[in-house]
Design a protein around this ligand. Structure first.
Ligand SMILES: [Zn+2]
Length: 242
């Protein structure tokens, strides 16, 4: 089976309403993937393979054995004809948390949405809508919500909530979105920042799993998995959150 047919098959399988979605979203150009991708340009086809690829890439990064896959001109040119990312990632905007680097992946592999505190905020349709587009239109079988150690957005939220202060502009929206995670963590033993960071990821995963109508439907049908992870700035390791 060619990669072109795989891409379309995957999209149709994932969306369940492929023809309608493709028409309404006018995705013809995006879905076009070259016929003959070389082995090094191929990507995982399901959530388990995608997770395995991320874990292997992160281990290479931790060990300073990065391969820098799919960055050759050949893969870049082929990806230019149509993208087929194998995972949609919601990560923090923190300059030290670059998914392509810490997972050692290449061009066209990761559909990345980055926002301070890796928040899932239903009132910010751009965040959720981007992730929905990644799985529905582009066929990524996996969503990862990625928090990280020493997250300034979470730490700042804890401080603001404890002191009763407010940030100017729209920053306070981030604080209010993170607040339920801080509330949960305050009732737990251990380090408040770490626990709030983990809770923020867990709440984000649950929000996405239950977000109607796109992601919740794909999750129920077993076509998309949503998982959480936490990246350690010092060790470079991503630990998955159950
Ligand atoms: Zn952060």
């Amino acid at each position: 089976m060619s990669d072109k047919s795989f891409s379309r098959r995957n999209f149709l399988k994932v969306s369940g309403v492929g023809a309608i979605a493709a028409t309404s979203l006018n995705l013809g150009g995006i879905l076009s993937v070259p016929e003959a991708l070389a082995d090094e340009c191929k990507r995982p086809e399901n959530a388990d393979e995608a997770l395995k690829a991320l874990m292997e890439g992160n281990q290479r990064f931790v060990d300073s054995q990065k391969k820098g896959p799919r960055r050759q001109a050949k893969c870049r040119k082929e990806a230019a004809a149509g993208q087929n990312p194998f995972v949609a990632i919601l990560a923090c905007a923190d300059s030290r948390v670059a998914p392509e680097i810490l997972f050692d992946q290449g061009i066209g592999d990761l559909f990345v949405v980055r926002v301070a505190g890796n928040i899932v905020n239903p009132t910010n349709y751009g965040i959720q809508g981007s992730l929905e587009f990644g799985v529905l239109a582009l066929g990524a079988p996996l969503i990862v919500v990625l928090g990280h150690s020493e997250c300034g957005a979470v730490a700042g939220s804890i401080s603001a909530l404890q002191k009763g202060t407010e940030f100017p502009g729209s920053i306070n929206d981030i604080v209010q979105t993170i607040k339920p995670a801080v509330d949960k963590a305050e009732g737990e033993k251990g380090n408040l920042l770490h626990n709030a960071t983990i809770a923020n990821v867990q709440l984000g995963v649950e929000k996405l799993k239950n977000s109607d109508p796109v992601i919740s439907d794909l999750v129920k049908k077993g076509k998309v998995k949503v998982v959480g992870g936490n990246y350690d700035l010092k060790t470079g390791e991503v630990k998955w959150i159950g």
